[in-house]
Design a protein around this ligand. Structure first.
Ligand code: F6R
Length: 671
């Protein structure tokens, strides 16, 4: 720890006079005892059978699931007398609600129904492609989350048997196939024994699901079966909520925890029948399957805005507690302990190379992990975009540790990278924010970030929590390999523990970023510069601005300026510069100071993120955003904060919804 590189050094965080209290959590309680959720494609699904007006329950559930996709929304309600009412609308849920308000409310009376909020894959985001889809008779409705990969031959088969398809989706095929099976008809090249499914919705669903390839949660209702919903899942999430005289199903417990905390997770290739009195689960052959209910322990407030206009703003403010919760309990008897460690100390000791795979913001946290891991462990650490990883020929073997970072644990690119790594016999450790998601399930070990649910589509609190978690991995490796003494490990951990306060102080100082946002809102483009750990922070700042404010934003390692990007500098162009500490990284600080002068001379308007007390920068910054002074490796935790606020406020000033940026969804589970 002698070098200035990454040395935590003495704690120089300016600790605030007030004592902050962060909500505590019970690590064990956070982990549901039942089978965990699995891979989900985008889209949110809600189903309800009970005694209350289904429409209200469904719309409320959809509001909580809109983060999963918001290209269109739709509902289907059974009136109990053989009538199925369906309404769907392109755009956000509020469009559907406005449309429903114009209709006769009586047509949507009924206590069985389902809803869907879509992230479009097959078929554009139009009314006609919105779910639910129905069969030709309008008796059966289906909502779907996932991709039916063999949709083309299935659609062709249906068309050959004279069925007119009303949408461009893969989903609609499932509606017609199940309706045919239910009616006892045998489609042209359909499943053997289709007639045996006549009048039996669950048997019809099972028969059709056996023919489907791909990933799906499919939920069906039929007008003949007013108090029944049948659902099936493969590689896409589906959880049941067990109420008193009512049963829910949804892509995420957030949809129903207001009503019940008793839940059941469905496993792979399982089919469930729900009624108001309960549920029955089978495999695709109809064999009963035992499932274990679990209790959801986080409360509704965690999934609500808590007085903020946007989830994202609330989540930015939650970063101190997210980091504190991520660190809590990981140092016991001066030893770092990870969560589910299915790797032995010998495995960790034998590691001779680390690969980090991740996407987007998680990739940026991986870039930061490299600095800590290489510094503390002296192991080479490569960081790779998960989407690129398996398409080249990465050199992996038993001694390679692959760290897969994913907030959702569902990202398909990262999951495929994990699978590739496992095929090559590498050890895989997941860093994930979602209990029991597919990536941790398929990994050898998992370390959870305890950031709580992140609803805003842009990652904020999970980014800083990922930094904290990956640093824990670095310390665990250093400990296992003996590159650090136990008291050094404990000291580094203690430094990390000061970060919730430092981040809280950074949050207290974001007023200047808010004001600046109004000024920058009319800019066409913004450049970001950083060096060392400031470079991934610059990348993250640019990503936030792109996705939220739809502005051209690009980040460069400041040393690269002279190799090309400086040609972009023109009069009035805003350039955000993430400065290193003048004390901790004096040499780099001087170099960045020169860069600032170079770009200012060419007309750039500089926005400088610098440590409090850095007086040398003041004369050269058009705008100065100060953050608390912290050790070098920890600086990203504080310097990310004003950049998150800046992006969110610029987006708001431009009139955009920061929780639901266009074209995006929270879980990206298509390659
Ligand atoms: C950006 C953002 C995305 C995600 C990326 C990976 O704000 O949220 O770039 O970081 O899609 O998602 P996870 O972490 O769920 O694998």
């Amino acid at each position: 720890m002698g070098s200035e590189l990454g040395s935590f050094g003495p704690a120089i965080v300016r600790v605030r006079a007030t004592i902050r209290r962060y909500p505590t959590f019970d690590r064990a309680a956070l982990r549901p005892s039942g089978p965990p959720p699995t891979l989900g494609l985008m889209c949110g699904i809600v189903g309800y059978v009970g005694r209350r007006p289904a429409l209200e329950v469904i719309l409320e559930g959809l509001r909580r699931l809109e983060y999963r996709g918001y290209d269109s929304a739709g509902v289907a309600v059974l009136d109990g007398h053989g009538k199925l009412a369906v309404e769907r609308k392109a755009g956000q849920l509020r469009n559907l609600e406005a449309q429903l308000a114009r209709l006769d409310a009586r047509s949507f009376e009924g206590s069985t129904g389902m809803g869907h909020t879509r992230w479009a894959t097959h078929g554009g985001p139009t009314d006609r492609n919105a779910h639910p889809h129905t069969d030709s008779a309008g008796m059966l409705a289906v909502v779907h989350n996932g991709i039916i990969e063999n949709f083309a031959p299935l659609r062709a088969e249906l068309e050959a048997s004279g069925i007119e398809l009303a949408s461009d989706t893969d989903t609609e095929a499932a509606a017609h196939l199940v309706a045919l099976a239910y009616s006892g008809a045998r489609p042209a090249t359909g499943a053997a024994g289709a007639s045996a499914t006549a009048g039996d919705l669950a048997a019809s669903v099972r028969a059709v699901c056996r023919r489907l390839q791909g990933a799906f949660t499919l939920v069906f209702t039929h007008a003949d079966q007013p108090d029944l919903i049948v659902a099936a899942r493969r590689s896409s999430p589906l959880v049941l909520g067990l109420g008193d005289g009512e049963t829910f199903l949804a892509s995420d417990v957030a949809a129903f925890i207001e009503h019940t905390r008793d839940a059941v997770e469905l496993g792979q290739d399982q089919v469930v029948t729900i009624t108001r009195d309960g549920y029955q689960v089978t495999d695709l052959d109809g064999e009963p399957v035992a499932v274990t209910p679990f209790r959801v322990t986080w409360d509704l407030a965690a999934a609500e805005k808590g007085g903020h206009d946007y989830f994202m703003l609330k989540e930015i403010e939650e970063q101190p507690s997210a980091i504190a919760n991520t660190l809590r309990g990981h140092l016991t008897d001066r030893r770092i302990v990870l969560d589910e460690q299915r790797l032995t100390d010998t495995d960790l000791r034998d590691v001779d190379k680390v690969f980090v795979v991740a996407c987007g913001t998680a990739y940026h946290s991986g870039l930061l992990a490299k600095y800590a891991i290489e510094h503390w462990t002296r192991l080479p650490c490569e960081v790779e975009l998960a989407s690129e990883f398996r398409y080249r020929d990465p050199v992996l073997d038993r001694q390679t540790l692959v760290m897969a970072i994913s907030q959702s644990g569902e990202t398909m690119d990262t999951l495929e990278a994990v699978r590739h790594a496992k095929q090559q016999k590498a050890r895989v450790l997941a860093v994930c924010n979602t209990n029991g998601a597919q990536i941790p399930r398929e990994s050898d070990a998992v370390l959870y970030t305890h950031a709580g649910p992140e609803i805003g589509v842009a990652a904020t609190k999970t980014f800083t929590s990922q930094i904290a978690a990956t640093y824990l991995v670095g310390l665990a490796l250093a400990q296992a390999r003996g590159t650090k003494y136990p008291d050094e490990v404990a000291r580094e951990f203690a430094e990390l523990e000061t970060m919730p306060d430092a981040v809280a102080a950074a949050l207290d100082g974001v007023g200047a970023a808010r004001e600046l946002a109004r000024e920058l809102a009319s800019s066409r483009a913004v450049l970001f510069l950083g060096r060392h750990v400031g470079y991934p922070v610059a990348l993250e700042g640019a990503l936030k601005l792109k996705e939220l404010a739809y502005m051209h934003a690009e980040a460069f390692a400041a040393g690269e300026l002279k190799h090309g990007p400086i040609a972009l500098i023109e009069e009035g162009l805003p350039v955000v510069v993430v400065m290193p500490s003048p004390k901790g990284r004096a040499v780099l600080h001087a170099k960045l100071l020169s860069n600032i002068q170079e770009i200012t001379a060419r007309g750039a308007r500089t926005v400088v993120i610098a440590e409090e007390g850095d007086e040398t920068i003041r004369p050269f910054a058009h705008h100065l955003l100060e953050v608390p002074a912290v050790p070098t490796l920890l600086q990203p935790l504080v310097s990310a904060v004003p950049l998150q606020v800046l992006a969110a406020e610029i987006a708001r000033a431009r009139g955009y919804d920061v929780d639901k940026p266009r074209n995006l969804a929270k879980s990206v589970t298509v390659e």
